[in-house]
Design a protein around this ligand. Sequence first.
Ligand SMILES: Nc1ncnc2c1ncn2[C@@H]1O[C@H](COP(=O)(O)OP(=O)(O)O)[C@@H](O)[C@H]1O
Ligand SMILES: [Mg+2]
Length: 209
Amino acid sequence: MDVLRADDIRKSFKISGKVSLEVLKGVSLSVASGEKVAILGRSGSGKSTLLHILGGLLKASSGQLAVSGNVGFVFQAYHLMPELTVLENVLLPTMARRMCKASARANALRLLKEVGLAERLEHLPGELSGGERQRVAIARALVTNPDIVLADEPTGNLDVMTGSGILGMLSTLKDASCALVMVTHSQDAANICDRTFVLEDGVLRAKEQ
Ligand SMILES: Nc1ncnc2c1ncn2[C@@H]1O[C@H](COP(=O)(O)OP(=O)(O)O)[C@@H](O)[C@H]1O
Ligand SMILES: [Mg+2]
């Protein structure tokens, strides 16, 4: 069963109200339950734009999108709430979804321990390094037990050791039948995925692994 299906997605941006920049020129992608997909591509090729559209955070200019189930999103720029602690940030999506408080908290604490932040629960985002903020963002994306995680360069600001720990975590998502679409520049990250695509000239091309 497909957890995500995108068909002929196109996206143009109007620059200063006149010139139109066509970033996505007909992207189609189906992701099966539990499947992991890596998307590579040069800076500015439209990877974040595509991921935001797949996550319902940005409207496509045209095309069809069907997503079934619960989506977790890891933003390239983290988007943590500056006035909330690490633990509160991770718990935030569980509140919107009315998850049971005790199991949400247990889940959040387990994930924060897994990403190596058990000692940072009461810190504010401004008191963390970039890599630590990124790990909070990953824990927050996973806390609702999503059916699919959309991750925008989730290891982009991590050193090799921390990055491989995070990849290990993301690769175990498969056992929980959670799908993953990950934008990355890292071959190691692509290697944990079942399929790899390159976003180039506005379309996705399958890449030999
Ligand atoms: N809101 C926007 N308005 C106008 N242009 C945009 C907007 N968002 C992205 N772009 C342009 O779309 C292109 C793709 O951006 P992005 O998806 O962030 O690329 P990537 O994540 O692959 O680096 C870039 O050329 C960028 O300037
Ligand atoms: Mg990007």
